[in-house]
Design a protein around this ligand. Structure first.
Ligand code: MN
Length: 264
């Protein structure tokens, strides 16, 4: 754990140096809550950003809007990472069902405030798994709290017991969507580690991929190429040198470069 923390700190220092040189775009990665003891992100996200030509920095959790705002001044795009379930009572007005899993209240508050602030100031943003669900909730959408007990007729296994670099269920991708352009495919096998899912899609967003049981596996904000999300974990493939989904990260880094130039 200490080693991981030092790697994260070193990456942060390295990132600041590169950012000042005005070269590679800096990609902020939301941190896992670490039960209040640390601020870190899995190396799969960090390595995926590096492989796509970006510079990763980990964004620690804070509830101070001024600090959050200065954090965002230092990045050219944001990745919202996977993790706990989202508190349904607080964020989309539903009582918790028995199948709801572990929640992280402080992380919820940070993540949702960060998403609203980042998208509000025009930063490119990629949501992954929990991040995909948070993006939907942050802009007024809702979730299935537990697919097995709430999605009638779902006969697809979304909690795979296979390595993270291996796709176990297929998704069908809308032609012409961002995801379609990023990876060049209309059908692909993805990995799957979730039991929550997007239910009502937030206003201003559209679904761009679904699994065979209709679960929303990708979304994008209408009218922009900068804000998009996936329910699966592309970083699980990319960090293992499997390039099927590398285009997702490359697209984010490209958008981050454009944002960086605009920022001057
Ligand atoms: Mn799935």
């Amino acid at each position: 754990m200490k080693k991981l923390l030092s790697i994260v700190v070193l990456l942060f220092i390295a990132a600041s140096v590169f950012a000042q040189a005005g070269k590679k775009p800096v990609i902020g990665i939301s941190s896992t809550s670490g039960e209040g003891t640390s601020a870190s992100a899995p190396l799969t996200y960090i390595e995926s950003v590096i492989r796509a030509g970006g510079v990763p920095v980990v964004l620690p959790i804070t509830l101070d809007p001024a600090i959050m705002s200065r954090m965002l001044d230092c990045v050219d795009a944001v990745i919202m990472t996977g993790g706990e379930d989202i508190d349904p009572l607080k964020w989309f007005g539903e009582e918790p069902v028995p199948g709801m899993g572990e929640i992280a209240p402080v992380r919820d508050s940070f993540d949702i405030a960060l998403i609203r602030m980042a998208v509000g100031r025009g930063l490119p943003l990629l949501g992954i798994c929990r991040g995909h669900q948070l993006l939907n909730v942050a802009f007024g959408g809702s979730l299935f709290q537990d697919i097995p007990s709430q999605v009638k007729g779902s006969n697809v296994k979304h909690s795979q017991k296979a390595p993270r670099y291996y796709g176990t269920h297929s998704i069908t991708i809308q032609k012409g969507s961002l995801l379609n352009k990023q990876i060049g495919l209309e059908k692909v096998a993805v990995n799957s580690y979730h039991h929550q899912a997007v239910k009502d899609v937030a206003p201003g967003f559209k679904v761009t991929a679904r699994s065979a049981d209709g679960i929303v596996e990708a979304m994008e904000k209408i009218g922009t190429t900068k804000v998009f999300s996936v329910q699966f974990h592309p970083e699980g493939f990319t960090a293992s040198n499997i390039d099927t989904f590398l285009g997702i990260f490359q697209h984010l880094v490209k958008e981050a470069g454009c944002f960086s130039q605009l920022k001057g």
